[in-house]
Design a protein around this ligand. Structure first.
Ligand code: SAH
Length: 253
């Protein structure tokens, strides 16, 4: 492997925004691995695995700011403040988030706060749940015979107060991946059906994707709310004919 120079690793007063991946600790990037080992402070979320956290030095300060659905242990402004304060103290800070920090991870908001204080940062991408969980479920997000595009959508639809363009989502040749959608599964199914998606369109729920406890539930779009009743968080809802390929391509038991 080509050796990587991490100039900023030597730098104090710096924040690395690191995506930890969806669950399996081996899905952390090499760069993420290295910067975690060098951190003075690790500020981490609920979905970060214990194995990844254990990579940080014994002396590193670990600050949990975990978030649960509908409930933030630590308000976003306070998380921003912790990052700013620790960086201004001259620390090498790793802000560790599940999946990728820029996909429904509020990474942008945290970086804006850092930028406002003139704090330097680097972003280390992670494997987002949609990529990791579907890979481990044997569900290709695109496939020439099934889907020419893929869309990642937040399930916090009404909560965010912005309605989704359902008509543009309800297309047979696209794969839809809903994050944080379990509670809204009834609404999601209803809107897709109202906008013309076939009631028999295949869909899947992947819970605990890439972890040993991973479970894939499959059915038709009309059964989505019933499937969601049996699922636990964290889970993704995937709608599209690619999900049927799970039966043929599943490899992770
Ligand atoms: N930044 C993260 C997403 C955070 S939002 C990323 O890029 O993956 C949290 C949502 O992500 C959960 O509600 C769930 O929908 C999804 N998620 C995260 N980890 C998951 C996993 N291992 N399996 C299935 N879904 C997961």
């Amino acid at each position: 492997m080509k050796s990587i120079t991490l100039t900023s690793v030597q730098t104090k007063g710096f924040v690395f925004l690191v995506g930890a991946g969806p669950g399996d600790p081996d899905l952390l990037t090499v760069k993420g691995y290295r910067v975690i080992q060098q951190a003075d402070v690790v500020v981490y979320d609920r979905l970060v695995s214990a194995e990844i956290l254990a990579l940080a030095s014994e002396n590193a300060e670990r600050i949990y700011v975990g978030k649960k659905l509908d409930y933030h242990c630590v308000p976003q402004e306070q998380i921003n403040q912790i990052l700013v304060d620790k960086a201004l103290e001259g620390k090498r800070v790793v802000r560790l988030k599940g999946g990728d920090s820029f996909i429904f991870g509020r990474g942008g908001e945290e970086l804006e706060a850092l930028a406002e204080h003139g704090i330097r940062f680097e972003v280390v991408p992670g494997i987002t749940a949609a990529a990791g969980a579907t890979a481990y479920a044997g569900i290709p997000l695109t496939h020439r015979d099934h889907a020419q595009s893929v869309q990642f959508i937040t399930g916090h639809i009404q909560k965010d107060g912005k309605e989704i363009e359902w008509a543009s989502l309800a297309q047979a040749n696209t794969t839809l991946v809903f994050y944080m959608g379990l509670k809204q599964s009834g609404y999601i199914a209803q809107k897709l059906l109202e906008n013309g998606l076939d009631a028999n369109m295949a869909c899947a729920i992947i819970e605990n994707g890439t972890r040993r406890e991973q479970k894939v539930l499959r059915g038709a779009l009309q059964d989505l709310p019933a499937l969601a009743q049996q699922a636990v968080s964290p889970a993704l809802i995937v709608v599209g004919s690619v999900t049927a390929l799970h039966e043929k391509l599943k490899w992770f038991a």
